[in-house]
Design a binder for this molecule. Structure first.
Ligand code: GLN
Length: 454
């Protein structure tokens, strides 16, 4: 099999299903084929091939790619052609991966259904009337539909894990600092992480290893070793101590979702692990804390989109101030505006102490909840989402119900710890995800446990 065969296969599938699934915002067929040919010609002249050599990948559209349009699914970045590659993209290029195209998402990664894309909604390949989840909906759907072998997403409050769960694929949010954010269009800088979405745990482990590591271009990237994650897949979980937070199986969690988690725990017990119910008492404040902090950070990060530096600029302005206002009014979608307003309010003088500062304090308590549990346990397990994929339009009129979708994933980002979603059963033909949360920089143990469910 040649690289050209693989790339052919990828585009064949894209031509078959893309009009239904709508996972891509842009494909790069000409360059992908050219590059595939180049790699094929190089075969034989090399003595070493990385495990990802020649494999087709899709990239979420908030990760900048040199010469390949990057919009973060926003009209305000229409026709934005980055002049550099994100660090993760540079690393993938060194691994000789073939980029197939850019994947759809909620605008600036704000959402849980990909319905907030400024261009088009992506559909769930398991049921085209349902959402693929979000914000990395395109990244999860493209892998589930077989359009690419794997993809990159980003996760600020659940945006890798929730779509992975809804689409029946494997998605990991790394420890904050594990993967460089250089070239990731910022939503909430203290929470954002890029991570892999794949069909198998093994692929996921290898892709994470490829994109991880300290980066001089991101001061929050961590100076810790990148272990060989594949060697963690020993199949041995004897003696593993599992914590199951009662807040993750309580009210609002669908009965079949609950059952699937209990089944998974039985499997783990059968292999020599033990589990106890624990409490993460501050979980109930996580949603409010997250929306205050993430919106505050977003309001600052999105100030740069002013019509001068990148992308879209209005034609309807007489002077500079009007140009800023009009560009932003026309360029941003409703959800993005909602977040900017909420964030600007929370940061404004007179309200800062009551909202932003208070939320920072609660974040510390949430982080402490996790630290306490991890003193005694190796991993925390629960569902990824309270329900399976919902119908398109079902939650669009009610932002609060939409926000509640991420109730089980958000605390993880606030604490900065890593977590995966692996497929663990079905409800009415729709895939469900099991969430496995680990200690800081202990993705190895997460993969070891996740591997049981392959
Ligand atoms: N759904 C959450 C939000 O809208 C999380 C998004 C994300 O992780 N990027 O903010």
């Amino acid at each position: 099999i040649t690289v050209t065969d693989l790339v052919d296969e990828s585009f064949k599938r894209i031509h078959e299903v893309e009009n239904k699934v709508q996972a891509f915002l842009a494909t790069d067929e000409e360059n992908a084929r050219k590059y595939a040919k180049q790699l094929d010609e190089a075969i034989g002249n090399k003595d070493k091939y990385g495990l990802l050599f020649g494999l087709p990948i899709g990239i979420k559209d908030n990760i900048v790619t040199k010469g390949l349009k990057t919009t973060a699914a926003s009209k305000i970045l229409e026709n934005f052609d980055p002049i550099y590659d994100a660090t993760v993209v540079q690393k993938l290029n060194s691994a000789e991966v073939v980029t197939i195209g850019k994947l759809n998402m909620d605008e600036f990664a704000m959402g849980s259904s990909t319905e907030n894309s400024g261009y088009k909604p992506t559909k769930n390949p398991w049921d085209l009337e349902r959402v693929p989840g979000g914000s990395s909906g395109g990244s999860a759907a493209a892998v589930a539909a077989g359009e690419v072998l794997f993809s990159l997403g980003s996760d600020t409050g659940g945006s890798i894990r929730q779509p992975a769960a809804f689409c029946g694929v494997v998605g990991l949010k790394p420890t904050y600092g594990r993967v460089s954010r250089f070239g990731l269009i910022a939503f909430a800088s203290s929470l954002d992480q890029i991570g892999p979405i794949t069909r198998t745990v093994e692929d996921n482990a290898y892709l994470l290893q490829t994109i991880s590591g300290l980066d001089a271009m991101d001061s929050t990237s961590a100076n810790v070793d990148v272990p060989d994650f594949l060697s963690a897949l020993t199949g041995d979980i004897k003696g593993l101590k599992i914590a199951v937070p009662k807040e993750y199986l309580g009210e609002g969690v669908n009965e079949e979702v609950r059952q699937s988690v209990l089944e998974a725990l039985k499997v783990l017990e059968g292999l020599g692990a033990t589990w106890d119910e624990v409490s993460l008492p501050h979980s109930k404040y996580a949603l409010a804390t997250y929306y205050l902090l993430s919106s505050s950070e977003a309001s600052a990060n999105l100030a740069r989109f002013d019509g001068v530096r990148y992308g879209y600029r209005t034609d309807n302005a007489e002077n500079l101030l009007e140009m800023y206002k009009q560009t932003r009014s026309e360029g941003f979608g409703d959800e993005v505006k909602r977040r900017i307003m909420l964030g600007t309010f929370a940061l404004s003088s007179g309200y800062y102490d009551a909202y932003y500062k208070k939320a920072q304090r609660v974040r510390t308590l949430i982080k402490k909840d996790f630290e306490d549990v991890f003193e005694k346990y190796d991993v925390i397990i629960g569902p990824t989402t309270p329900t399976p994929a919902f119908k398109i339009n079902e939650n669009m009129k009610d932002p609060l119900t939409m926000y509640a979708n991420d109730i089980l994933t958000i605390p993880v980002n606030l604490a900065g710890v890593p977590a995966i979603s692996v497929p663990c059963g079905f409800s009415n033909g729709l895939p469900l995800g099991l969430q496995i949360i680990g200690k800081h920089f202990d993705e190895g143990t997460i993969y070891r446990v996740a591997d049981v469910f392959e």
